[in-house]
Design a protein around this ligand. Structure first.
Ligand SMILES: CC(=O)SCCNC(=O)CCNC(=O)[C@H](O)C(C)(C)COP(=O)(O)OP(=O)(O)OC[C@H]1O[C@@H](n2cnc3c(N)ncnc32)[C@H](O)[C@@H]1OP(=O)(O)O
Ligand SMILES: O=C([O-])CC(=O)C(=O)O
Length: 448
């Protein structure tokens, strides 16, 4: 932390870094690579996912129900969520994203075997990378672990298709293990608790592996593992424009190595406006629960949301976490699915009141935002609104909410890296217009 004396250096931070909003308008600069109506500037083409949330007709953006397709397949169909005998799908979804086609049984078996074969971490890795100076945020350990796995790969600088696929498979396989080990390393360091280091059980799906390494008694039900599997599938991919995947694209376009690329993507996903929002939703909900006497009273809940929007409560950013999306307007299909499962799990249990509170936030926030800000955009709950709640009901600690997102999204990032390598062809390099006028004459030290 900087001392009081040093702080003087930062006094002008805001003034020096401010650019007038009018200048953005004057030069038609697309802030956040967004057009004036909020639609994204088209920055690339992809075959990997279709994220649909509006239609543009006569140059006008018209809100629409959300739709999400992986390689052309609707997520609803892929998950076959109504089937009583549904199997684990994350591996199938990861295969589809990486290889472009649904696997045959034989291809899937080979893919699962390849994932299984990669779970082991290099000798000494847990002690040096996970248990040493463990920071409180697991996302930072995921990033540094990925970055440093480079050191254990004799071909790390190779850019062949074979190496790219092998690296992606190895990271999809290892991230869940690193995540769980880090969770226990963190508890050992900050809470003086025992370090649990369950080994993975060969042959288990990713969801089962996570639960069996995480739970002290290693026990879980088939329904719990299927629920987690659905969550992994829902978080696996979201087009080229989401912040962490675009980060993947940007780094890949510079022709850097895969480890540096995925570490950067993890850093982006940690952001509270992106994957980190699932963590914020829970913290925000806890604050609302502490400050609102009757959780089922719309007026009370709306009044507290107004405080949040007016930057008087919670983290003072003015954001209601779990609400809003850059693409979705009427609905985020992932949130629809999460909510449905959350309801199934919560009704009739101690969680029901909390679930109803989340539903109230989802229903009330759009009108509160319009009322308090005087402007509004079509806004729905996003994937982060109910995901943390589902994890909580599965007994998954909040420290793991965003890391779980990273484990799942690893397959989407890899698919986009592959596509960028083959089809990108240009270093991503947008322009920044300099608004500083004229040249300043250099002033020597004695004259300043
Ligand atoms: C996995 C994911 O990444 S899903 C998204 C998870 N993130 C969150 O839940 C955080 C809360 N939501 C948000 O911050 C935003 O809605 C985002 C980042 C998801 C999308 O942002 P955008 O589509 O770019 O919306 P944009 O930033 O243009 O917002 C337009 C206006 O609505 C406001 N707004 C948007 N979302 C919210 C919100 N959840 N709460 C309050 N105000 C909001 C913005 O502050 C902005 O107001 P301003 O014009 O006064 O600055
Ligand atoms: O698409 C986005 O901007 C963010 C998002 O929902 C995701 O990455 O899953």
């Amino acid at each position: 932390m900087a001392s009081e004396k040093q702080i003087a250096l930062y006094e002008n931070f805001k003034a020096i870094n401010s650019i007038e909003a009018a200048e953005y308008e004057q030069f038609d600069v697309k802030r956040g690579l967004r057009n004036a109506d909020g639609t994204g500037v088209v920055a690339g083409l992809t075959n990997i996912a279709n994220v649909h949330g509006y239609v543009v007709s006569d140059n006008e953006k018209i809100a629409d129900e959300g739709l999400l397709r992986y390689r052309g397949y609707d997520v609803y169909d892929l998950l076959d969520i109504e089937a009583a005998d549904r199997r684990f799908n994350y591996e199938e979804v990861a295969y589809l994203l990486l290889m472009g086609e649904l696997p045959t049984q034989e291809q899937l078996d080979r893919f699962v075997a390849a994932l299984d074969a990669e779970r082991e971490l290099p000798n000494g890795f847990t002690a040096s990378m996970i248990m040493r100076d463990t920071p409180p945020d697991i996302m930072n350990v995921l990033a540094r672990s990925v970055l440093l796995l480079y050191a254990y790969d004799a071909h790390a600088e190779e850019r062949s298709a074979h190496h790219e696929i092998a690296t992606a498979i190895s990271l999809i396989s290892r991230l869940p293990r690193i995540m769980v080990l880090t969770y226990y390393a963190k508890r050992a360091r900050y809470n003086n608790e025992s370090m649990i280091m369950h080994r993975f059980i060969p042959g288990q799906s990713t969801a089962e592996t996570i639960l069996s390494m995480l739970r002290p008694d290693r026990q879980f039900t088939a329904d719990e593992a299927r629920m987690l599997d659905i969550m992994l599938c829902l978080h696996a991919e979201h087009g080229g424009g989401n912040n962490s995947t675009f980060t993947t694209r940007v780094l890949t376009s510079a022709n850097t190595d895969p480890y540096s690329t995925y570490a950067g993507a993890i850093g982006s996903l940690k952001g509270r406006k992106h994957g980190g929002a699932n963590h914020q939703v829970l913290a925000m909900q806890e604050e609302i629960k502490r400050n609102v006497k009757q959780w089922d009273n719309d007026d009370e809940v709306a009044a507290y949301l107004a405080k949040i929007v007016n930057k008087e409560a919670f983290d003072k950013t003015g954001l209601v976490y779990g609400m809003g999306h850059a693409v979705y307007t009427k609905s985020d299909p992932r949130s629809v699915i999460c909510k449905k499962y959350a309801e199934k799990l919560a009704v009739g249990t101690e969680y029901e009141a909390e679930f109803n509170l989340l539903k109230s936030i989802e229903r009330l926030a759009p009108e509160v935002i319009v009322r308090e800000k005087g402007t509004g955009k079509d806004m729905c709950a996003n994937v982060d609104m109910y995901s943390g709640f589902v994890y909580s009901m599965l007994g998954i600690p909040e420290d793991l909410f965003t890391p779980l997102f990273a484990c799942a999204r690893m397959s989407g990032w890899a698919a986009h890296r592959f596509e960028e390598i083959v089809s990108g062809k240009r270093i991503i390099r947008p322009a920044y217009k300099s608004v500083r006028k004229g040249k300043r004459a250099y002033v020597s030290m004695s004259e300043r």
